[in-house]
Design a protein around this ligand. Structure first.
Ligand code: PFF
Length: 457
């Protein structure tokens, strides 16, 4: 029998199982944000106290925003722009989706640049190039690489190619399939590295840096960094999880999925901290080492420790794998938007999206090379994309997303969606509505305005 196809809504590609959804959404959330960005941002912002604030933001703001995105996406069955157009026709809410697509361009261009660095470092690990180098020489090696004209750009393009190759294969045969393979590999590698790090002599200082809060280090800027980091790490605020939500089947439990994904992401960030800081302190290195932290200090550590060749190779493969399941989710936002709103085939949409993002990304990856003249308030082009997307676009997007769900969509539609049309008990509904109506928007607004200096506490 030929299956009936509804001509009004051609069947959309979707995830096949709840495990697939969790692998894909956790794959998006868990990435360079956890293993590369979290440790250096935490190091620059004083350690344990930052972790404490970060955790509070994940629970009070991150989970509600994530569940809001899943709710919007599954209800509308569209990309972020189309979702708002469908749920709020003829209203300006779709601009949140537009901002999300812009954020996707910005994030993917600097993020895939760093992902490209991980490929260079896999290559350097294979050829054993860290061996016998002093910390200064390793710093120079990283700087020379980043300042080079071609290498960072070429590795960036290679990474974009991998990303596009997966996205072009679709939601099931691309995103879900690769997430299910890559995520368990990531977890195993990280656990091996964590065990190695905590068993190093002198590891205790790193653990206490990570877990002992020193609140005297906290400023308005630090708190905004923690919020931006939470949004960035959970992949929320720009519609990535609206897009993935639109591929979640009607029988899956959205609330449980949002909670599992957020907790898994947070667990991995802490685990990355446990794998990195004991090693940083065991070898007496400054933890506030900016973007170079994992690319300079870790090779230094690896080349001094037994089995370093093996561990360094493993670590950079881990970074590349973690990055890939995230870059595909960012590209998918743009591809879903291009294909649904501009009526393009997935293939065409992927090619156009990947090429246009690459133009911006080439500049980002040349930010220390031939494009280093462009700086705004002390940040180069890469730093500008990194800061603006995480600390401005994502919190602003998240603010409007929770307002939309709390005040526009309203309790009945939200109940209908998170209870799967009444078949599940939506026990958390009351708490969720309270968080999205009051706590999350007020907290985001205060932290944001305080962080950028508009109000002062
Ligand atoms: N959450 C990813 C990470 O932590 O590496 C980065 C990211 C992916 C940010 C997708 C935003 C996004 F939409």
């Amino acid at each position: 029998m030929i299956p009936k196809v509804n001509v009004d809504s051609p069947r959309r590609d979707s995830f096949t199982s709840n495990i697939g959804v969790i692998a894909a959404a956790a794959g998006s959330a868990i990435g360079l944000g956890n293993i590369w960005r979290f440790p250096y941002v935490l190091g620059e912002n004083g350690g344990g106290a930052f972790l404490f604030i970060y955790l509070a933001f994940v629970l009070g703001i991150g989970i509600p925003v994530m569940l809001s995105e899943f709710t919007i996406g599954r209800r509308a069955q569209r990309n972020p722009v189309g979702s708002f157009k469908k749920l709020a026709p003829k209203r300006p809410w779709f601009l949140i989706g537009v901002m999300g697509v812009i954020a996707a361009f910005m994030i993917l261009s600097f993020y895939a640049a760093v992902a490209g660095w991980t490929l260079e470092y896999i290559y350097q690990s294979v050829t054993n190039s860290f061996a016998g180098k002093t910390p200064d020489q390793l710093g120079e090696m990283f700087e020379d690489f980043r300042m080079g004209s071609w290498r960072p750009v070429i590795w960036f393009l290679v990474f974009m190619l991998f990303t596009a190759a997966i996205v072009i294969s679709g939601v099931q045969k691309g995103i879900e399939k690769y997430s299910k393979i890559l995520m368990p590999i990531l977890l195993i590698i990280l656990i091996i590295l964590g065990i190695r790090a905590v068993t190093l002599p002198g590891a205790g200082a790193g653990l206490s840096f990570l877990f002992k809060p020193d609140f005297s280090k906290i400023t308005a800027g630090t708190i905004l960094e923690a919020l931006g980091q939470a949004f960035f790490s959970l992949s929320i605020g720009m519609g990535t999880l609206i897009t993935y939500g639109s591929y979640i089947q009607s029988r899956d439990n959205l609330a449980n999925t949002a909670i599992s994904v957020s907790l898994a992401d947070t667990f991995i960030a802490v685990l990355a901290g446990i794998a990195i800081f004991p090693a940083v302190f065991a070898f007496g290195i400054d933890p506030a080492a900016e973007e170079g932290l994992v690319f300079i200090t870790l090779p230094n550590i690896f080349q001094q420790m037994a089995g370093g060749y093996f561990f360094s190779l493993l670590f950079f493969i881990l970074l590349a794998v973690a990055a890939l399941t995230s870059t595909i989710s960012v590209l998918e936002v743009v591809v879903a938007y291009f294909s649904e709103e501009l009526n393009l085939s997935r293939k065409k949409a992927t090619i156009i999206a990947a090429l246009s993002i690459s133009l911006l990304g080439i500049l980002a990856s040349a930010s220390w090379g031939w494009f280093d003249k462009v700086t705004i308030s002390g940040r180069n082009f890469f730093g500008l994309l990194n800061f603006t997307s995480a600390n401005i676009l994502l919190p602003v997007g998240g603010f409007f997303i929770v307002i939309f769900v709390g005040w526009f969509l309203g309790k009945n539609q939200v109940r209908d969606e998170i209870s799967n049309k009444g078949t599940l008990k939506a026990r958390i509904l009351g708490v969720f509505m309270f968080l999205v109506r009051f706590i999350a928007p007020i907290a985001i607004a205060l932290v944001f305005l305080n962080g950028i200096g508009i109000i002062k506490f």
